[in-house]
Design a protein around this ligand. Structure first.
Ligand code: HPA
Length: 234
């Protein structure tokens, strides 16, 4: 048990999928894992452990934003020995060629700041994905025929953004999409020598204003879960 996770030692698998939404963790565990059981519900942040093709997997909510994800990822790594952490979530598209429903595999995650910012002082650390996971996820997405982009994303501290000028510069520099967690996940994985990746579905678009209707979110979310699981055990 940790401050924020009630699971007993051994209740958490070495591979953890991290959706932001705890109810998405339940949905994914019910849909994709065998013998899934609830291992955490502290503060309603649900976590489930089961198996996928015989491999132990935990699917655990991260909450929204880097401070929340940082708490769960740190405890999963330090206290439960988690080796592979894959965020599965949504993002806003930031390029014309990136369409709603497409999947983005975040090779890098830029940010204005992360909870780890303080330790770097003047140093600009470049958070990046684990190459083996990234490559395996790209292969899995191709096999499934999912329209996929691999490149840099932006991890923001705000959903309701007030910096159109900054978004413009990011779009100009090829940033594919915006979400709110990956940069801290990648930084923690680097610090502790673990593998991390963010697999993201484009749920809305900053240029076109289009948004994925809620009845279609489930299918896209399922594709992401499968890509993440295939990548973790490739
Ligand atoms: N901004 C930040 N995070 C997001 C967005 C967005 O537009 N869409 C999905 N996650």
């Amino acid at each position: 048990m940790t401050i924020h996770i009630g699971a007993k030692e051994g209740d958490i698998a070495e591979t953890v999928l991290l959706p932001g939404d705890p109810y998405r963790a339940k949905w994914a565990a019910d849909a994709f894992l065998d013998n899934a059981r609830l291992v955490n519900e502290v503060r309603g942040m649900l976590g489930f452990t089961g198996t996928w093709r015989g491999n132990p997997v935990t699917i655990h909510g991260s909450g929204m934003g880097m401070p929340s994800l940082s708490i769960y990822a740190t405890e999963l790594i330090r206290d439960y020995g988690v080796q592979t952490l894959i965020r599965i979530g949504s993002c806003g598209g930031m390029q014309d060629g990136v369409k709603v429903r497409d999947v983005i595999l975040a090779m890098t995650a830029s940010s204005l700041s992360t909870p780890s910012r303080g330790i770097f002082k003047e140093f600009q650390f470049a958070p990046c994905a684990d190459y083996g996971l990234l490559r395996a996820a790209a292969d899995a997405a191709k096999t499934k025929g999912v329209s996929t982009h691999v490149g840099g994303i932006y991890s923001s501290d705000t959903f309701y953004d007030e910096r159109p000028d900054l978004n413009e510069q990011m779009m100009r520099h090829g940033i594919l999409g915006v979400e709110m967690e990956a940069a801290e996940l990648y930084t923690l994985a680097a610090r502790y020598g673990r593998r991390a990746l963010a697999v993201l579905t484009v749920s809305d678009h900053l240029i076109t204003g289009e948004a994925l209707p809620s009845d279609q979110r489930e299918k896209s979310f399922g594709d992401m879960v499968e890509i993440a699981l295939e990548a973790a055990f490739a």
